[in-house]
Every structure is written in structure tokens, then in C-alpha cells.
Design a binder for this molecule. Sequence first.
Ligand SMILES: CCCCCCCCCCCC(=O)SCCNC(=O)CCNC(=O)[C@H](O)C(C)(C)COP(=O)(O)OP(=O)(O)OC[C@H]1O[C@@H](n2cnc3c(N)ncnc32)[C@H](O)[C@@H]1OP(=O)(O)O
Length: 238
Amino acid sequence: MLRSCAARLHAVGALRGLRGCARPWARSSGPAPEFFHEDHSLPKPSWSKDMRLLFDQFMKKCEDGSWIHLPSYNYTLFQRSQDISAFIHAYLPTASKLINEEKLLQAKIFTRNFEDGLGFEYVMFYNDVEKRVVCVFEGGPYLQGMPGCLHGGAIATMIDATVGTSAMIAEGIVMTANLNINFKRPVPLCSVVLINSQLDKIEGRKLFISCNVQSVDEKTLYTEATSLFIKLDPEKQV
Ligand SMILES: CCCCCCCCCCCC(=O)SCCNC(=O)CCNC(=O)[C@H](O)C(C)(C)COP(=O)(O)OP(=O)(O)OC[C@H]1O[C@@H](n2cnc3c(N)ncnc32)[C@H](O)[C@@H]1OP(=O)(O)O
């Protein structure tokens, strides 16, 4: 079991551009640039007390191996342009006709490219037995929607990232087909929330993952969501 869990986390690593992972579509090899080495899910001076407290609590749970801390980087997928190109041609051939490959060299994960403390601050943990990914998330002042509240799109983004991580761990290369969100209470800007996701079932290429967003004391249920992810089939012309 640990072996298969490690294999799937390895797949997530590959998706995030970690070094040394098997990438069947990759045509080149060699060391990754330095920017891949910074794990953005580790404590920073800009983190709030609540964020740090929850990080420490989850890291404690990681000690017996039941939970795993998931690293996170600010550049996406692959470190070399030919890798990106090979991936897109293999998995997204229709989209590839419209993609400007020069611009791809500048691509970054948008949740990881705000100044520290101003945008998305988050860290995820994974429990293989329970098939859960939990994200500790604090939305900074640049994510305001209604005055004093987190923008719904920012919440949707982090839900997508959390359930997407769960889907990638389970099945590798997936895309969101459906994300259904009920916003039940406004999330206060700059507060820490817990995004709890649960892999409910897998049917063929379809992965069903549910999710909720709660306050740290678990007294307020802010948001509930369900999602459908589809494992990409390189034989299909998506
Ligand atoms: C990187 C590290 C960062 C860190 C990790 C961060 C993670 C972030 C995750 C972000 C992920 C995204 O936002 S992805 C971006 C947003 N999503 C997209 O752009 C996807 C756009 N849609 C598509 O490309 C396509 O529709 C796909 C790939 C989803 C599915 O196309 P397909 O492969 O041709 O599959 P298809 O045959 O149509 O469907 C397969 C089965 O699923 C069903 N199905 C398909 N879509 C739906 C649907 N919306 N609702 C219900 N059912 C559906 C079909 O009926 C069928 O069921 P049956 O007949 O078999 O029963």
C-alpha cells in the first residue's frame, strides 16, 4: 500500500515538475532549474498564527505516516519547453493548435505567484487510507470580493486545486469536467479555513470528489462542493 501511495505521489510530483520523475512524454533530461527547488507550502513569516498552528498540527500527524505533507511549486508541469510541447501534443492535441509555445515559457501556477501574504497561502496534506486531501488556506487582501470577504472565484480556485490534487494522486493526468459549488456563508478575508476533500468513487475514467470549506474551529460551514474529474486519454482528441 505504501508502495502504491508513493507511486501516485510520484505522479503528482511529475505533474508539478519535480526532478527525477518518470515522464513518458518528456523528450529531454537533465537538471531542473533552481526555481523548482523552493517548496512554497512551508511556513513563511507572512503566515498567520492560525496557519502556523494548523501546519504544526498536521505535521505532527505526518510523523506516524498516516498523513503526508504535499510540497508545492510555483512553476507548472515541466521545466523544459519541449516537455510542455510534448505533453500538450500527447494529451491536448486540439488545444495545441491555439497555444503560443513562446508564451508557455513564462507560464506559472497563478495561485503561487502573489507576493507572500497577499494572495493564496496554502498547504495540503494527504491521507491515503481515508483518500482525503486537506488544504489549510488563508486568502490574503488581494483576493477580496465583497468588502471584507474572500472572492468566490478565489474559493472556487482553491477547491479546484484541492480536489484536483486528490484526483491527480489517484489517477495521474486529469482535468476538471464539473465543479458544483454552494456558497453558504461568506469567508472573511485573511481568515484561515480548512478545505476538506474526499475521493468518493472512481468509475472508469471518472473520479467523483466532494469537498467542504470550514472555519478552523469547524463551527462554520462556508462552502460545499462536488466535482467530477476525467482521466485524460491520449487516444482521444480532446
Ligand atoms: C499541475 C500541478 C498543479 C497542482 C495541482 C492543482 C490541481 C489543479 C486542478 C485544476 C484542473 C483544472 O482546472 S482543469 C481546467 C478546467 N477544465 C477543462 O478545461 C476541461 C475541459 N473539458 C475537456 O477537456 C473534456 O471535456 C474532458 C477532458 C474533461 C473530458 O473529455 P473526454 O476525455 O473526451 O471524455 P468524454 O468521453 O467526453 O467523457 C468521459 C465520461 O465522462 C462524462 N462526462 C464528461 N464531462 C462531463 C460533465 N461535465 N458532467 C458529467 N459527465 C461528464 C461523459 O459522459 C463520459 O461518461 P461515460 O459515457 O463514460 O459514462
